[in-house]
Design a protein around this ligand. Sequence first.
Ligand code: BTN
Length: 242
Amino acid sequence: MENLYGWHWQDFAELGSTNDCAVKLSELPPSPRFAVTAQSQAAGRGRRGRSWQSLEGNLFMSLGLEMEQRRWGELVFVVSLALLETVRSFKPGIDISLKWPNDVLVAGGKISGILLEKGAGMYIIIGIGVNIASAPAVSGSLLYHSASLAEAGIKTDRITFLKAFLQQFNCGLERWNRHGFAEVKDLWLQSAKGVGSEIRVNLPRESLNGIFKGIGDDGCLLLETAGEIKKIAAGDVFFQQG
Ligand code: BTN
């Protein structure tokens, strides 16, 4: 157990899912802000019931923090921006972009995933996986092409990355608290992939094609289809190229 930039941090040799562990911890929080990591994760979970392949050397972390529920929709943008800024701090000129709602892409491949889950009381659990050492091989179960920091020429390890991330995330939270979501949204859009271009969005029951017009003040994706703007709260985005 250690204090890392205001976060009470526990690292485990092996866990089923760091999110499960953090949800449990939130019942009796060790500190208002806490972080759980695991060297190996046997049952990592992704969004929409998918699994998260947890390869050796990669980072599996879950953060617990108290927050009003109305802010949770904006939080994911603060987290993905902090991930982007962390990667950039290791390699400033890297080809990196953000994909709605919460993916970070390096050279078009997904290097991290974020899974927000409800903890006890007002706790939100922020589960983050980062492909530090390797990326899962392309297979039918993967929606998107994956990438790793190692492939992108960044030599780091999960703990070094965790420390750098927590510092960026603290700054991101501070910026959001001070200046509100408008600034987060502007920064997010500056690095977003595909704004103004044709995309496909897969929803649970249908698939929509249209022009990606940006995000709304509530973080919804704005899609122009047949001359009207549709607001999409959740879905999987596919770019026409790349
Ligand atoms: C996604 O589908 O993109 C989200 C993936 C989130 C994976 C991380 S790994 C650490 C934490 N523990 C889990 O079980 N899932 C998240």
